[in-house]
Design a binder for this molecule. Structure first.
Ligand code: AOF
Ligand code: ZN
Length: 370
């Protein structure tokens, strides 16, 4: 029993998707859902998944709408849940509030939900239009979809390269490749992912903090993940510093090639033991463990060898390539450790989706062809 979806419906639903997506990075292990309640053409309630994943978006929007929800329409970026998890089912709350019509994007791939939320509301006499603005919602919920359907995070590879395809100069640390405006954009991107990952070489070369340092967004720093194959990095490195308030996860390869599945914690420092692969940790095993630990959106930030391994392993879903107009010249360190950048720029595996300037630097966004 689906009714006709109007342009106005699409606009409200697009607003719900944007509202939810603004919380990406804050809600893991849950998706960042957006919900808007409309009565007689006016917005009477808005909600997005709260930090840490609960309460869910619909509960917040319905609470704000109060009695005005009765007879109204709910626009929601994901199918309302039907399971008794850490909160009661949203589908039941929608029914209890007297909502007459629901316009939603796709069904929730979580096996506890997948279609049951829609069915429950339809059984209660609510008119449900599903699968509206599906592509936009799939992008907003890429982390949740990847975690629940592939058991690994949605992986975004960020590269900042010079005009001569380099990421630094041999023997020099913290060489600025791109400018200030691009740097700030990268910090804003960090706020929207659940975790960022680097190799141990990046830690020992640059001793980075890997936090989001934009005024007002400091609390949005993602989990910092370091591939520390042999577990050699100590707590004197900035990412592992005991006084830090941002969680750090160290990924260590098991000594005998087997995954111990072990995890240990020391304050905000967690160590995950994964299988050993060729030349380091087994990345597929590491991604599986991260998904199990709740990470849906992961940004890989370097260095060259890590980027190369992710690309060669076909583990990259999206590439953000920042390119500066300036060449680094003598001693330039190639961006992908021997793999040419054409592995992204002219690979049939990736489709170019977007181009934008950040001051003098150009960002090109690629998506993996599905
Ligand atoms: C919704 N609205 O805002 C979100 C939903 O552990 P729980 O009980 O919080 O349930 C987590 C699951 O609920 C998660 O895997 C996903 O399927 C769904 N998330 N559902 O109706 C929301 N965040
Ligand atoms: Zn729910």
């Amino acid at each position: 029993m689906s009714d006709i979806v109007t342009e106005t419906d699409r606009r409200f639903l697009a607003a719900a998707i944007r509202l939810g997506a603004g919380a990406n990075g804050e809600t893991w292990p849950n998706p960042a859902v957006g919900a808007i309640v409309v009565k007689d053409g006016r917005v009477v309630g808005r909600g997005r998944t709260a930090s840490g994943g609960r309460p869910h978006a619909e509960t917040i929007a319905l609470r704000e709408a109060g009695e005005r929800a009765a007879g109204g329409t709910l626009y929601v970026s994901l199918e309302p849940c039907a399971h008794h998890g850490r909160t009661p089912p949203c589908a039941d709350a929608v029914i209890a509030a007297g909502i007459a019509r629901v316009v939603a994007c796709a069904s929730d791939p979580d096996p506890r939900v997948s279609g049951r939320g829609f069915a429950r509301m339809r059984d209660a006499g609510i008119s449900v239009s599903a699968d509206v603005l599906r592509a936009a919602a799939e992008r907003a919920h890429a982390g949740h979809i990847s975690r629940t359907t592939r058991n690994r995070p949605h992986v975004v590879l960020k590269l900042a390269v010079s005009a001569d395809d380099a990421i630094g100069r041999a023997g020099e640390t913290r060489v600025a490749v791109t400018g200030e405006i691009a740097r700030r954009h990268v910090h804003a991107l960090r706020a929207r992912v659940d975790a960022i990952l680097v190799g141990s070489g990046t830690v020992t070369a640059d001793d980075p903090e890997l936090t989001c340092r934009l005024p007002g967004l400091e609390h949005r720093s993602p989990v910092r993940i370091v591939l520390d194959t042999d577990g050699r990095l100590g707590r004197d490195w900035t990412v592992f510093a005991a006084k830090s308030r941002v969680p750090s996860w160290r990924i260590v390869a098991g000594p005998d090639g087997s995954a111990t599945g072990e995890a240990s914690e020391e304050g905000l420092l967690r160590t995950l033991h994964v299988r050993r692969g060729e030349g380091g940790v087994d990345l597929s095993d590491a991604l599986r463990r991260l998904a199990e630990a709740g990470i849906g959106r992961l940004m890989v930030e370097g260095g060259a060898a890590v980027a190369r391994s992710f690309l060669l392993g076909d583990l990259v879903d999206e590439v953000l390539l920042f390119r500066s107009p300036v060449a680094l010249g003598d001693g330039a360190v190639p961006a992908l450790a021997g793999l040419p950048l054409s592995a992204v720029e002219s690979s049939p595996a990736f489709v170019r989706k977007e181009r934008r300037m950040f001051g003098p630097d150009r960002l090109t966004r690629y998506e993996r062809r599905r």
